[in-house]
Ligand binder design. Structure first.
Ligand code: PLP
Length: 401
């Protein structure tokens, strides 16, 4: 017997959080591990943002804020959505949350019930399916293919939609594959959605600014197809763009009924996000992000280094992603091979365990992201770490029989 609810027994811990704990534990034991499982920028929050937080504390902004967030922050978010995305939202259409994760969870909580299906393209960010399960819904996983750059195709979307479909979760650039979409590709997905008015769109834009190469940033799907506005929730936050993962500020903008329900849920659960973090986020959004091109160029250089080194390792194959800070190499060439200890590698989970134990490199198995055999490798760490990590992977792979 258990005291834990059926809802909680359906879900599992986030593998990335588990990896972070495992890394801390191995470090405490004195092990030399290269951590390539990191899901946050390795840069510090810029000084002007940190100073804004200090100033807010000194001004006494240390009390509860409105549940939906301070007016100053919702105004800054409205201005950002206008300036960067061409989207017209008023502060009353916006709710501030404790990170984008909280916005996604609350959005699903207020709209999903038993019998509802939520389409999650795979490879997916690990939390989406479990969030759906925690809300009594049914995740409908749509496997995207490496030959399509892991893009959701209009055909696959069409085939996955049923009368019970409640949401499409749409994250681009995508964690874990870095997949990006062109305006034309988004247009084609929007055309499918127009045929199915029961389907809402949960647009997770958290990696929007981390894009590589010269390809123009695509238009926002709501600029491409404004008719979707009444059934789209735009989710974003300051974590990845401004290196503010620990501040826990995200937000959602969308239809009045959903925002009102999220406000109600928040009023009875977490209340408003941290007042100090909200003040910092105001400065982040209202100040030109002059540091960002340099950060993105750094991620891009690391991407190029890592892709080159991974493709030199027999049994692996890695495409260069268009955005975010992860690589998703195929590791099918390691499956069926034997470790020096005599264990056969049967899955990407086995491969990742072997690379940790024999190579001292921490990666995350593709199985957790819904498409195997692959692993996720973070490039949100110094290029020396990436080079050393790849060297260790190569060495460990060379020992396989
Ligand atoms: N969405 C995606 C796709 C992510 O990868 C992450 C963080 O890893 C989040 C949302 C959560 O962001 P936040 O730190 O704002 O909760």
């Amino acid at each position: 017997s258990t005291r834990i609810s059926a809802r909680m027994r359906r879900i599992k811990p986030s593998p990335s959080s588990a990896a972070a704990d495992r890394f801390a534990e191995l470090r405490r034991q004195g092990k030399d591990i290269i951590n390539l499982a990191i899901g946050e920028p390795d840069f510090d929050t810029p000084a002007h943002i940190r100073q804004a937080a200090g100033a807010a504390i000194e001004r006494g902004e240390t009390r509860y804020t409105p549940v939906a967030g301070t007016l100053a922050l919702r105004q800054a978010i409205a201005a950002k959505l206008q300036r960067e995305n061409g989207l017209d939202y008023a502060p009353r259409d916006i709710i501030v949350t404790c990170g984008a994760k909280h916005a996604l969870f609350n959005a699903l909580s207020v709209t999903v019930e038993a019998g509802h299906e939520v389409i999650v393209p795979a490879p997916f960010w690990v939390s989406y399916p479990d969030m759906v399960l925690a809300c009594d819904g049914t995740p409908v996983i749509v496997a995207c293919r490496e030959e399509d750059d892991f893009r959701l195709t209009p055909q696959a979307l069409e085939a996955a939609i049923t009368p019970a479909t409640r949401w499409l979760v749409f994250n681009s650039p995508t964690n874990p594959t870095g997949t990006t979409y062109t305006t034309a590709q988004l247009r084609a997905l929007a055309d499918v959605l127009l045929r199915h008015p029961q389907v809402m769109v949960l647009a997770d834009d958290i990696y929007e600014h981390i894009r590589f190469g010269d390809a123009p940033k695509p238009q926002h799907v709501l600029v491409i197809e404004p008719a979707l506005r009444e059934r789209t929730l735009v989710v974003n936050g300051v974590s990845k763009t401004y290196a503010m993962t620990g501040w826990r500020i995200g937000y959602a903008a969308g239809p009045a009924d959903i925002i009102a329900a999220m406000d109600m849920l928040q009023s009875q659960s977490t209340s408003g996000a941290s007042s100090v973090s909200q003040a910092a986020a105001v400065t982040a959004l209202n100040t030109e992000a002059g540091f960002l091109p340099g950060w993105v160029a750094t991620y891009e250089q690391r991407r190029d280094t890592a892709v080159r080194l991974l493709n030199q390792i027999p049994g692996l194959r890695c495409a260069a992603p268009g955005g975010a800070f992860y690589l998703y190499p195929w590791c099918g060439g390691l499956i069926g091979r034997r470790t020096p200890q005599g264990k056969v590698i049967e899955s990407d989970v086995d491969a990742v365990i072997y690379l940790l134990e024999a190579g001292g490199v921490m990666l995350l198995a593709g199985t957790a992201y819904g498409v195997a055999p692959y692993f996720r490798m973070s490039i949100a760490t110094g290029v020396e770490q990436i080079e050393e990590g790849c060297r260790r992977i190569a060495q460990a792979v060379a020992q396989l029989a």
